[in-house]
Design a binder for this molecule. Structure first.
Ligand SMILES: Nc1ncnc2c1ncn2[C@@H]1O[C@H](COP(=O)(O)OP(=O)(O)OP(=O)(O)O)[C@@H](O)[C@H]1O
Length: 363
């Protein structure tokens, strides 16, 4: 029997969306049309990359968005920052509905909502100096800092742990970690309130990842920045984000504060993901049963009926194929802990201790 609380008026993710949020996303959809035909380019289907998700991010908070490759994390990040046009739903930032705003008419939101990209090699223009890269957003947005653009760019280089003397150098003169710092300096140039960080460390060497995560954490504390932190690595998200949302095939299947999610996950998919996180146990013993998911993630063009995870779920029953489980708070669960499952997990798992990355100096 399903243990979901009977909250009829509650929409998916509703309790995560409140008026105190800096970013509010409701029923967001991004469908990429599939066209056929040389002349008429008829639409014959759609990739339902993001298919009705809701969440909120409060000022100064970091919300982690995790899930396997292809589940729609990057598309969510791009739709939120308006690099992509949403197909449905709403995106509100700082009280303003920016869902379908033209870039030119959302200057304030653009300044306050910045993005850091995964690939520090392709996200910086190789023909521009570091100084130009950092100054350009300020100039485009008519920001004239005290002391001039150059001084501010050099200050920003220092803030992200780079040598201000490197102002005239080109991206190819920097390592991956240093380039990611340049991308972070560029994002900070407009003094944003929220940064969407799309896999900001996954392209970096493991030894460098901790340095960049620590830098982002310092910046979050110092400037009160909010983050939507997209990653497939649950250990990194646990270290960085106070709340975590788990995505599967275009849907959020579970959302909770990090302690709850990592110690008492309710969705079988979250369980499976967590079971793959290596434990650091003083005895060297593993308390966690490894769950191996079988089969591939189904196609987002034609997702399974009902619960999308049912084709890989060891608990699936008939109802899972006929009824989509709503994302709701379950009986006895912590406030704000929501899961979309007809047969949620109840047992507590021994949470993996993830050692915080050691403080490290810039490369
Ligand atoms: N422009 C596009 N046109 C068609 N399909 C797309 C487009 N961009 C993304 N997709 C598809 O949408 C789905 C979600 O992709 P997305 O990149 O958001 O996933 P992700 O969770 O960020 O994965 P990854 O970590 O591998 O980047 C995938 O099936 C992807 O192939």
């Amino acid at each position: 029997m399903s243990t979901t609380k009977n909250i009829p008026a509650q929409k998916a993710g509703e309790s995560s969306v409140s008026s105190q949020n800096l970013l509010e996303v409701e029923n967001l959809e991004v469908h990429f049309p599939i066209r056929q035909g040389i002349v008429f380019q008829r639409q014959v289907g759609a990739v339902r990359a993001v298919d009705g998700i809701s969440f909120g991010v409060k000022p100064g908070e970091s919300l982690g968005l995790v899930g396997e490759s292809g589940c729609g994390k990057s598309t969510t990040g791009r739709a939120v920052t308006r690099l992509l046009e949403p197909t449905g739903g709403t995106v509100r930032f700082d009280g303003e509905d920016i869902t379908h705003k033209k870039v030119a008419s959302m200057r304030t939101a653009r300044q306050n909502l910045q993005m850091i990209f995964q690939d520090p090699y392709s996200s910086l223009n190789p023909r521009h100096t570091v100084g130009t890269i950092i100054e350009t957003p300020m100039k485009l947005n008519g920001i004239n800092p005290e002391g001039g653009h150059k001084r501010r760019a050099q200050e920003l280089l220092e803030i992200v742990g780079l040598n201000p003397e490197h102002y005239n150098r080109y991206p190819n003169e920097f390592s991956g970690g240093q380039r990611q710092r340049i991308g972070i300096a560029r994002a900070l140039a407009l003094k944003p309130k929220l940064i969407v960080a799309d896999e900001p460390v996954s392209a970096l060497d493991v030894s460098i990842q901790a340095q960049v995560v620590n830098l982002l954490q310092d910046l979050q504390r110092e400037f009160g920045l909010a983050f939507l932190f997209i990653a497939h690595d649950l250990a990194v998200v646990r270290h960085f984000s106070e709340r975590v949302a788990v995505m599967y095939l275009g849907k959020i299947v579970e959302i909770a504060d990090r302690e709850t999610l990592y110690s008492r996950p309710q969705h079988p998919y979250t369980h499976a993901l967590l079971s793959a996180v290596p434990e650091v146990d003083p005895d060297g013993a593993s308390n966690r049963e490894r769950i191996r998911l079988t089969g591939d993630v189904p196609s987002p063009i034609n997702p399974p009926s009902g619960c999308r995870f049912r084709t890989r779920c060891w608990k699936a029953q008939d109802i899972c194929a006929s009824q989509e489980p709503p994302l709701v708070q379950l009986i006895g669960s912590a406030d704000g802990h929501q899961a979309a499952c007809h047969f949620p997990e109840v047992k507590q798992v021994v949470a993996a201790e993830v050692t915080p990355p050691a403080p490290a100096s810039a490369e």
